[in-house]
Design a protein around this ligand. Structure first.
Ligand code: 6PG
Length: 259
C-alpha cells in the first residue's frame, strides 16, 4: 500500500496519526504497544507532532514500549544518536515510563552493543517470536533501510536479531536489527520524503529484485502489513499503476482557519 502526501508536513501528520491509531488498537487488544522507531531526519517532524495535542492526549503512553530499528555506534549524547533525536522530539515530552524506553546500548564495542540489545529483545519477547506492533523505517538514497547497507553482511544475516555493521561510506559503525526481525512485525511503515529519494524509491518498488544491492527490498512482513507513506516529490518517478488510488492528502488546516 502506497500513500502519497502533498508535503512533509502532511506525511508527518499521517505517520503520527498512524502511530496513535495503532497504539490505541494494540493497547485496547493486548494492553501494550511495542514500536520500533526509525532514525535519520525524515521522522523528526512526525515525532514532534505526536508530542503535541491532540495526539499527545490520545496515546496511552504508560502502555507504550519504545525500541529502535538501528543506532549509530556513538555515545547517547552524540548529536548523531537516533535515540537522542527521539528523546528531544518526543520521549522527553510525553509521560512514557523510563523503563519502557529501550535504546540500543553504547558498549565497549559495536558487537557487544548488538549482543546486549538482542538479549534485551529476547527478554522482552520472553524468547518467543518477536512481533512488534509497528515498525517505522526510512529509506536511504543507496537503498539502505535501518542500517542494512548494500554489500554488508548485515543484509545477509538471517539468524541473529541484531548485528553490528561498519558503514564504510560514513566511516562509522552502526547497530541494526535484521531483516527477519522487521519482517515479523504486524505493520511496517516506511516514511520517505524528498526528491532525492525518487529514483531509489522507484527501484525499490518497481525495479528488479536485488535485495543485496537494495536492502529495502528485503522488507516484506511475513504475516503483517507493509505501508509506504511517501511525500509527493519522492513519489514523482513512480508509475501510475504502482500507486494506490489514494488521493494526495493535504495536511490538516489549523483549527482557527475561517473556511
Ligand atoms: C539512520 C536510519 C536510516 C535512515 C535513512 C533515511 O540511522 O540514519 O536508520 O536508515 O532512515 O538513512 O534517512 P533520512 O530520513 O535522514 O533521509
Amino acid at each position: 500500500m502506497i500513500k502519497v502526501f502533498a508535503d512533509l508536513q502532511a506525511l508527518s501528520h499521517a505517520a503520527a496519526r498512524l502511530f496513535a491509531k495503532e497504539a490505541c488498537r494494540a493497547i485496547e487488544a493486548r494492553g501494550q504497544f511495542s514500536v520500533l522507531l526509525a532514525g535519520g531526519e525524515t521522522p523528526r517532524r512526525a515525532y514532534e507532532i505526536l508530542a503535541r495535542q491532540p495526539l499527545r492526549d490520545m496515546v496511552p503512553w504508560e502502555q507504550v514500549q519504545f525500541f529502535w530499528g538501528d543506532e549509530r555506534y556513538v555515545p547517547p549524547d552524540d548529536q548523531r544518536s537516533n535515540a537522542r533525536m527521539a528523546r528531544q522530539t518526543l520521549l522527553d515530552l510525553v509521560p512514557v515510563p523510563a523503563a519502557h524506553i529501550h535504546p540500543i546500548p553504547y558498549r565497549s564495542s559495536p558487537r557487544e552493543s548488538a549482543a546486549e540489545y538482542e538479549d534485551i529483545l529476547r527478554a522482552f519477547f520472553n524468547n518467543g517470536p518477536p512481533r512488534f506492533d509497528l515498525v517505522f523505517l526510512g529509506l536511504g538514497e543507496n537503498g539502505h533501510t535501518a542500517s542494512l547497507f548494500p554489500g554488508t553482511y548485515a543484509v545477509e544475516e538471517r539468524e541473529r536479531w541484531v548485528t553490528d555493521v561498519y558503514v564504510a561510506e560514513q566511516g562509522i559503525y552502526r547497530v541494526t536489527l535484521t531483516a527477519p526481525l522487521f519482517n515479523r512485525a504486524a505493520l511496517v511503515a516506511f516514511i520517505v520524503a524528498g526528491g532525492g529519494k525518487a529514483l531509489i524509491l522507484r527501484k525499490v518498488l518497481e525495479g528488479s529484485m536485488e535485495p543485496r544491492r537494495i536492502p529495502a527490498q528485503l522488507i516484506k512482513p511475513v504475516n503483517g502489513t507493509l505501508l509506504w507513506l511517501v511525500e509527493r516529490e519522492a513519489a514523482r518517478l513512480l508509475s501510475h499503476d504502482c500507486l494506490t488510488d489514494a488521493p494526495l492528502r493535504p495536511h490538516p488546516r489549523p483549527r482557527h482557519h475561517s473556511n
